[in-house]
Write a protein that binds this ligand. Structure first.
Ligand SMILES: [Fe+2]
Length: 279
């Protein structure tokens, strides 16, 4: 019997067929020990649940983007476990580091088979650029001189392709005092390059563990809930939000626009420590 829209779960949202179809999974905060929890929830379990739901809801996207803080303890075991999960999808997956990651280790373990840590990829008229915004031994973000030079070369190499820049840290404040202490510390250098390259249509980040969708200097800025815990938006101090884990789907259109949305698990994982003051 063929499927009909009536048979689909209420939260089913198929990605548009046209365009470059992407899934963003971010801030998975896995551990070497698969039983370890972050703020009361098992991050491996929620990652597996979000990945399974995302694949079920989206069919086969062109790419998966994993935008940092992938392994909380930056352990070999954690990265190998993540690689195993991503390899099983058989979907080309692009990983970039967050403040909890070790970029060199990621490149060793997460750059095999269908999983990549390369700086860019081009497909369906779009160029995706993956930047390392981490600062060693700091939770803050910066696009250092090497990354700025790389970005400039990549932008000049594909001037006629619509472009989305992906990085872990948020490029502009999101309105949360505690989170904005970790905002990208040199946005002017980044946006100067973006301003000189009008093919840049969007900037995608992780790190903020919350939904974010705005426009800044003509560029769409997108941020996304984590596959584990979420933070309450626009507050002064660290606070956990009573919102389930989730992911972002995107369909990058030939005209440079982006269709996108967020899908969450059906319920908050049991054990989530809503009273936590930090981690
Ligand atoms: Fe982060």
């Amino acid at each position: 019997m063929g499927s009909s829209p009536d048979n689909q779960p209420a939260n089913f949202k198929r990605l548009p067929v046209e365009g470059l179809n992407l899934l963003q999974l971010t801030d998975s905060h896995l551990y070497a020990d698969p039983s370890r929890c972050l703020l009361g929830i098992n991050t491996l379990e929620t990652f597996d649940q979000v990945l399974a739901q995302a694949l079920q809801e989206s069919g086969t996207p062109d790419f998966i983007l994993a935008t940092g803080d992938l392994v909380h303890d930056a352990s070999d075991t954690g990265y190998k476990r993540l690689f195993g999960r991503l390899q099983l999808t058989e979907i080309p997956t692009y990983c970039l580091p967050g403040n909890h990651d070790i970029p060199g280790k990621m490149k060793q373990i997460l750059n095999q088979d269908n999983v990549h840590t390369i700086p860019s990829v081009q497909a369906k008229g779009w160029s995706l650029i993956f930047l390392d915004s981490t600062i060693p031994n700091s939770d803050g973000g910066r696009i250092d001189e090497n990354e700025l030079e790389l970005l400039e070369v990549l932008l000049q190499s594909h001037p006629d392709k619509n472009t989305m820049i992906c990085m872990h840290h948020h490029p502009v404040p999101v309105g949360s005092r505690w989170m904005d202490t970790m905002v990208l510390e040199n946005p002017d250098a980044l946006f100067k390059l973006i301003g000189a390259n009008p093919q840049v249509k969007a900037l995608l980040c992780g790190h903020i563990h919350q939904a974010f969708d705005t426009e800044y200097r003509g560029v769409r800025l997108l941020g996304t809930p984590s596959t584990c815990v979420q933070f309450i938006p626009r507050v002064d101090d660290f606070a956990i939000d009573a919102i389930p884990p989730g992911y972002r789907w995107m369909s990058l259109q030939p005209d440079g626009t982006i269709q996108t949305g967020l899908n969450l698990l059906p319920k908050i994982p049991s054990g989530l420590d809503l009273a936590s003051m930090g981690y």
